[in-house]
Design a protein around this ligand. Structure first.
Ligand code: FMN
Length: 170
């Protein structure tokens, strides 16, 4: 088994399916260099500004938010169904007080195009550089979404990451 450079367009369906199944991890690393990993449940892949783009939503309360703000990069990593428990863990505790890579025996390995690492144990990887970000504007959001998904008013920041590389485990 080895990581191979892939065309992101061939993996859009697999990525959406992984979101649906709770199998997506986002890695960031701050200026101190230590990588952190969190679960993401929402995101999408497409073409914007003639660039391949991965859009993710991160609440400013996450440690990940601070790290992405420091470097302007992130990687998205998809796990196999066997590692879903790891996603739950990484979506429950914070990198502020946990080394999730160590606690879950995850291995950070170098990316091809960004400084933020990818996760060796994952099967699909997207390396992204932030080209645009925006606060979610509550007054512009469809009304029923707010009480259902933002009862505490902790609105996401939306990051648009240009996909600079995609790798697949084959
Ligand atoms: C399945 C799942 C999906 C999640 N999706 C998101 C998401 O898309 N955006 C977000 O901000 N938090 C999401 N979370 C919550 C974060 O992963 C969680 O708060 C995590 O502990 C943050 O870690 P950090 O503080 O190290 O960044 C999700 C949690 C789970 C379990």
């Amino acid at each position: 088994m080895a990581k191979k450079i892939a065309d992101y367009k061939d993996y859009v369906g697999e990525t959406i399916k992984a979101f649906d199944e709770g199998r997506v991890l986002l890695v960031s690393h701050g200026k101190e260099g230590l990588p952190n990993v969190m679960a993401i449940g929402w995101g999408t892949v497409g073409i914007i500004w003639r660039k391949p783009m991965f859009v993710v939503l991160v609440r400013p309360s996450r440690h990940t938010y601070k790290l992405i703000e420091e470097t302007g990069e992130f990687t998205v990593n998809i796990v196999t169904p066997q590692l879903k428990e790891v996603v739950q863990y990484c979506g429950t505790v914070s990198g502020r007080d946990h080394n999730k890579f160590k606690e879950k025996q995850l291995t950070a390995i170098p990316s091809k195009k960004v400084k933020t690492p990818i996760i060796k144990e994952c099967i699909l990887h997207f390396e992204c550089r932030v080209v645009y970000k925006n606060d979610l504007i509550p007054s512009e959001l469809e009304k029923s979404i707010i009480p259902a998904l933002y009862p505490k008013g902790d609105f996401h920041l939306v990051y648009f990451g240009e996909i600079l590389a995609c790798q697949y485990e084959s």
